[in-house]
Design a protein around this ligand. Structure first.
Ligand code: ATP
Ligand code: MG
Length: 271
């Protein structure tokens, strides 16, 4: 018997000033799977992320349809139930790490607060959880680091702190919306490697939203391609890149830059 999916979505959504942004979006995710969602700017990726977290009301948007997470119907959950689930069972990581952290609070204090939102434990347990999480995201956990302010971190370190915050409660689902767009290419690769490790070590399912097809190719089990509010194709990663079925996917892949060819002329210059 096939196991129950981690997430199953069938959804339409729109803003007051822009209705029908998501049109019957339909997909499933398995436990511990990395599913990437790609598509052009404005196609509705972030709207979908907010919809799964039931946060669209922040933006005066509404959704209808069905979101089943871990066997629970999120569309029927109360705001109180959603609050208990956000950050604990479903976590979100966004694009600009430095603006997501409170500039006036030390890193350690922010991590401890994120712990206390969902758990009442002894101080020792709380600090143990913070230290374990920092190790998990390959950051130092000494006192000097915990006392730093966000402005004293590199963007890559800040993104690791945010990912640490997101996995503090060992969520089953992590939604990462363009988590590497603000990073240089080497730091990007390190963060991608971290996501792969978290999936492997902790079994976290990751909905990875990006328009960077190369990073998507590196970490996903499957890729869903979105165009103008619809998922036009969803395939295992290797298959999507080698045999894209939908014309829009073919166009996206054809637009990937080729590695420059260093031919004879360039070699002659070096010689
Ligand atoms: N608060 C809002 N009010 C009205 N329309 C909005 C609002 N937020 C987004 N939209 C519109 O909804 C559509 C989808 O936006 P969304 O942010 O989900 O796209 P996206 O795929 O995440 O794009 P990007 O890759 O640029 O992040 C766009 O046409 C956008 O203009
Ligand atoms: Mg977006």
């Amino acid at each position: 018997m096939e196991s129950q999916p981690l997430l199953s979505v069938h959804l339409s959504a729109g803003y007051r000033s822009k209705p029908a942004v998501l049109k019957d979006v339909c997909f499933e995710m398995q436990r511990g799977e990395v599913l990437s969602l790609v598509g052009q700017s404005g196609c509705g990726k972030s709207t979908l992320a907010l919809a799964v977290l039931r946060l669209l009301h922040w933006k005066q948007a509404t959704a209808e349809g069905c979101i089943v997470f871990n066997g629970r119907d999120l569309m029927a959950a109360s705001e109180r139930e959603m609050r208990a689930m956000r950050g604990r069972e479903i976590a979100l990581v966004l694009q600009s790490p430095l603006s997501a952290l409170n500039p006036a609070r030390r890193i350690g204090a922010q991590l401890e607060e994120a712990w206390q939102i969902h758990r009442r434990t002894s101080v020792t347990e709380r600090l143990d959880a913070v230290h374990a999480t920092l190790r998990q995201v390959s950051l130092p956990s000494d006192r000097a680091f915990l006392r730093r302010y966000p402005a004293e971190l590199s963007v890559g370190q800040a993104q690791r702190v945010l990912i640490g915050m997101a996995i503090l409660h060992r969520p089953a689902l992590l939604i990462a919306d363009e988590p590497t767009s603000a990073l240089d290419i080497v730091t990007q690769a390190e963060i991608l490697e971290l996501f792969s490790r978290l999936r492997h070590d902790l079994g976290i399912g990751i909905l990875y939203i990006s328009h960077d097809l190369l990073s998507v190719a590196a970490i996903s089990n499957r890729v869903a391609v979105m165009d103008q509010g619809r998922i036009v194709e969803c395939q295992p990663t290797a298959r999507l890149f080698t045999r894209p079925a939908h014309p829009f996917t073919q166009k996206l892949i054809a637009a990937l830059p080729a590695m420059p060819q260093f031919g004879r002329a360039a070699q002659a210059q070096i010689a």
